[in-house]
Design a protein around this ligand. Sequence first.
Ligand SMILES: Cc1ncc(COP(=O)(O)O)c(C=O)c1O
Length: 362
Amino acid sequence: MNALTPRPGILDIAAYQPGNPMAGGMAKYLNLASNESAFGPSPRAREAYKAAIAELHYSPDGGSTRLRQAIGAVHGLDPNRIVCGAGSDELLTLLARGYAGPGDEILMSEHGFAMYPITARSVGATPVMVPDKKLTTDVDGFLARVTPRTRLVFIANPNNPTGTYITAEEMARLRAGLPAGVLLVIDAAYSEYVVRNDYTAGIELVDEGDNTVMTRTFSKIYGLAALRVGWAYCPPAIADVLNRLRSPFNVGTAGQEAAIAAIEDVASVDKARAHNDVWLPWFSAEVAKLGLKPYPSVANFLLVEFPEDEKRGAKAANAFMQARGILLRPVGVYGLPRCLRITIGTEDEMRRLVAALAEFLA
Ligand SMILES: Cc1ncc(COP(=O)(O)O)c(C=O)c1O
């Protein structure tokens, strides 16, 4: 009898390595490893989460109706074109399941988000890596790698782990150059942090055609990573596909309620963005003063390159920080072994980190 084996390609997947390996016991660490919010959720979201306890014995609203309405109201979007998911990760996977399969190719940047190759392989498709230019998504590189087998393009904008972005104009040029039958997925997980005139999260590109989707998350600026809530803004036919594929109750009640309160608390989001806008450049300047190399970032994290020598390198720095209870993110799996990715935390946290980095390098 033949032994039980998974589908071809599944064992080629290198499982995702989370930055929070000790989930449940995170409070005792200074966790700057996973690009989460410096402040945590808005007080209104905390209250909404607590209030949801009265409903725990009921199944959630499978269609996340009120959450989609709240998102629609804040962003001026038709709620019927929004699909919510268990984190944006779920939506990325559903998009791949809906539009790609064995023999198809999915384009992604060389230093793109680690979930994209996992997602591609999970549906039997081939991930095709496009080299970056100066650690930034290269539109011409993407266009040059399109083949008749290309079905989908994943681009995080801003990108994780590099922190770099491409302009609205560049994204539109990419869309215009892709064949109509290729789905462009703009993963805008960090868009709320970006303060640049030439950037957009991609809503207008979704509106302009029937082959572009934008995904967003409540895990970053809204501080709700533990609840797993994301959303996609889609052309109607793509929303229909996602609604057919998603599990019926994919977002829990507490997540929906907390997310509604979070997105309606615009002042909290503004405060988080303003904080990042001060402490990202501050941290970048401090890192440079220490003789390390910060890459330009528009998100809530910074990619920092360490010297090549073993004693002062990224691996030693990570071990040194971990011994002090500070969690940073090694990015060797992203092809950046000399770098660490560091989340922007509170003022106290950033000062503590810079002091520890200075101690490490001394
Ligand atoms: C670029 C990017 N996309 C998507 C996600 C997934 O976020 P979620 O928590 O919504 O699944 C992350 C999380 O790190 C990310 O960095």
